[in-house]
Design a protein around this ligand. Structure first.
Ligand code: AMP
Ligand code: GLY
Length: 436
């Protein structure tokens, strides 16, 4: 099978790497790719957000499957164009991609499907925003109602800051969704969908804020680990039964079937499991960690989803090891990142047992050297017999990466490795409900 992977980031590098390990995948191409991807497979410099350009490339390459990585091409209809060209595609069409592209749309579908999520109001001006903030109280949660690469959400105790974020979204011509605050640990669950059937991958945890201890502004994600030893038994089944399957059924009922990965962002709150958000693609950097553990060949799985045949797939096989991905970001990320700097030390990193490097914002300069080209530059991914060992290996690797001004979080998977994450049992009093 010949596969074309669309996208420029770490998620796509991880997908390409896993596809190359699938014995039934004979050839992989990527567009546009990055420096890491171009070392593995041929890359094609097209505009990945242009549906016609992607469909034309897929046709020219006579690929059997197109895998669309990021949200932007999905929201612009790349999958529709590829499907119309008669090529199977893993990724929802434009209409179904609204589950991520519009938070208000996602809330509507969740309500129709009876999916548990935060109470929310849509606001289009300062007065409506102020009313909504006061209904829910602090901490305030204000979300830009559009694609914002994970950076459009402000969670704050400061009412003025919440109002200011809403105002900046209104000034840009948008609306906001204001929500009740959800307490409790967050979990990312990726559910493969074929329009009808659902198959869940192993849950992961992401670290959204830029600084240790979840401080500072939101980013696209600074690191991830999997599996979650502390997660309640039955969590994945609950996500399938109460969230993913009802959503897939509802999307089919609406005439916009969902094919691809439904990324369910959850909070395990004291009142039960709640959806924080839907995304319509694999998470980044969770994918880097999750795919490192997946033993079932990825190409066959994504093809089964694209063809509506997930019901024929055997139960997934996973490595018993833990995986950790630590993102190395450029100076000033998540603001305007510093770019164009040489990155050194990557070969040494990959000499560590169980460790590999996944590129995100990188490119090759005129001399063929790897230089930084984005906010999240790369991730060091490590497998280990447990989370403690995987973390040690990942951070040993991160220490060897040389990039002027770069930053990383030192606490990816730290609390979990120390057994410090508590999940509340809904209904139990706060002091006694913790589970080690
Ligand atoms: P989103 O783009 O909706 O995933 O939001 C980004 C991040 O903001 C989430 O991963 C959470 O950390 C935080 N967040 C979003 N919604 C809520 C909420 N209702 N309560 C608490 N935190 C939230
Ligand atoms: N890491 C979260 C995301 O991909 O949106």
């Amino acid at each position: 099978m010949k596969v074309l992977v669309i996208g420029p980031g770490g998620r796509e590098h991880a997908i390409v790497r896993s596809l190359l390990a699938d014995p039934n995948v004979s050839e992989v191409h990527a567009a546009p790719g990055n420096a890491g991807i171009s070392k593995l497979v041929p890359t094609h410099a097209i505009d990945a957000n242009d549906p016609d350009a992607v469909a034309a490339l897929a046709t020219k390459l006579t690929v059997d499957l197109v895998v669309v990585g990021p949200e932007a091409p999905l929201a612009s209809g790349v999958s529709d164009a590829v499907r119309a060209a008669g090529i199977p595609v893993f990724g929802p069409g434009k209409a179904a991609a609204q589950l991520e592209a519009s938070k208000a749309f996602a809330k509507e579908v969740m309500a129709e499907a009876g999916v548990p999520t935060a109470m929310a109001r849509v606001a289009g001006n300062a007065e409506e925003a102020a009313d909504a903030l006061d209904i829910f109280g602090a901490p305030y949660v204000v979300k830009d109602d559009g694609l914002a690469a994970g950076k459009g959400v402000v969670v704050t105790n400061n009412r003025d800051e919440a109002l200011a974020h809403a105002q900046s979204c209104f000034d840009a011509g948008g609306t906001v969704v204001i929500e009740e605050f959800l307490d409790g640990p967050e979990v990312s669950v990726f559910v493969l969908c074929d329009g009808r059937n659902t198959v869940a991958l192993s849950p992961a945890q992401d670290f959204k804020r830029i600084f240790d201890n979840d401080e500072g502004p939101n980013t696209g994600g600074m690191g991830a680990y999997t599996p979650l030893e502390w997660a309640p038994e039955g969590l994945v089944q609950e996500v399938l039964d109460r969230v993913a399957q009802p959503t897939v059924n509802q999307m089919a009922h609406r005439g916009t079937p969902f094919v691809g990965v439904l990324f369910v962002g959850l909070a395990l709150t004291s009142r039960g499991t709640r959806v924080i958000e839907f995304n319509v693609r694999f998470g980044d950097p969770e994918t880097q960690a999750v795919l490192a553990r997946l033993k079932t060949p990825l190409g066959g799985l994504l093809m089964a989803a694209a063809r509506g045949e997930l019901d024929k797939v055997q139960p997934l096989r996973w490595s018993k090891e833990s995986a950790v991905a630590v993102v190395v970001a450029a100076e000033n990320y998540p603001g305007t990142p510093r770019t164009g700097d040489r990155i050194r030390g990557l070969k040494k990193v990959e000499k560590i047992e169980g460790v590999h490097v996944i590129h995100a914002g990188t490119r090759l300069d005129a001399e063929g050297k790897v230089v930084s080209a984005g906010g999240r530059v790369l991730a060091v991914v490590a497998l280990g017999t447990d989370l403690v060992e995987a973390r040690e290996r990942a951070y040993d690797g991160v220490e060897l990466v040389q990039l002027e001004g770069s930053q990383f979080r030192t606490d990816i998977g730290g609390k979990a490795a120390r057994g410090e994450i508590k999940v509340a049992t809904p209904g139990a009093p706060a002091a006694t409900k913790a589970k080690a």
